[in-house]
Design a protein around this ligand. Structure first.
Ligand code: DX5
Ligand code: ZN
Length: 217
């Protein structure tokens, strides 16, 4: 399973070092949580920060757009250096058009759903997706508790993915830590976003090692 640190809970005043530490520790992607204060009750950053992160790492940038009508900014995030651009099913009446646009821009296209959104929301688009992001917390903040129903949803999403598009990666996002990482892995997640489980009072290297240890059991 790949690990994608979310910098939302990192010390952004040390962003360059933080990303360097994560990269040296052996993370796979960098997960960038873009929030507009409308789709979610929090406001973070835009393309300008993706550009800055692009300058300090060669790791794939996994951009999670928690913004309404994301089609407005797809070109900006693509130009800023995003490798994967994920839009929320709930954030636009035109999710198919948004996914098509991401692919036209030459980027990998992801679709995300919130904890209350039926898995059926993935059905129509799964054959075109590079990534299916399942929120296991209500979006907007790091450090929240994993929603237990997410594990069964992951299992069902994996069955859908295996049937409709085996090449599509499943990403779980929210509340993944040493207690939950084993079950999300067994349920079928290919990528785990980790925020507060990685960026806390312990070194990133130690936190990542502890997460990987769980998977070895
Ligand atoms: C929440 C974000 C998540 C979050 C993960 O809206 O999409 O990526 O930052 O943070 P943790 O791992 O602390 O739940
Ligand atoms: Zn996220």
């Amino acid at each position: 399973m790949r690990f994608a640190p979310s910098i939302l809970t990192a010390d952004l005043s040390r962003l360059k070092e933080v990303i360097g530490e994560a990269e040296a520790a052996g993370v796979d992607w960098i997960h960038l949580d873009v929030m507009d204060g409308v789709f979610v009750p929090n406001l973070t950053f835009g393309p300008i920060l993706v550009e800055a992160v692009r300058r300090v790492t060669r790791l794939p940038l996994d951009v999670h757009l928690m913004i309404v009508n994301p089609e407005r900014y797809l070109e900006d995030f693509a130009r800023a250096g995003a490798d994967v651009i994920t839009v929320h099913f709930e954030a636009t009446p035109h999710a198919h058009r948004a996914v098509q646009k991401v692919k036209e821009l030459g980027k990998k296209a992801g679709l995300a759903i919130n904890p209350a959104t039926p898995l059926a929301a993935f059905e129509a688009l799964l054959p075109e997706l590079d990534l299916a992001l399942l929120m296991s917390v209500n979006p907007g903040f790091g450090g929240q508790k994993y929603i237990p129903q997410s594990t069964e949803r992951l299992r069902r999403l994996k069955a859908m993915r295996d049937a409709l598009n085996p090449a599509c990666l499943i990403e779980v996002d929210g509340g993944v830590n040493q207690t939950t990482v084993g079950e999300v892995y067994l349920a079928g997640a290919d990528v785990a976003v980790v925020g507060s489980a990685l960026f806390n009072d312990k070194p990133v290297r130690e936190n990542l090692k502890a997460l990987k240890e769980v998977l070895k059991r």
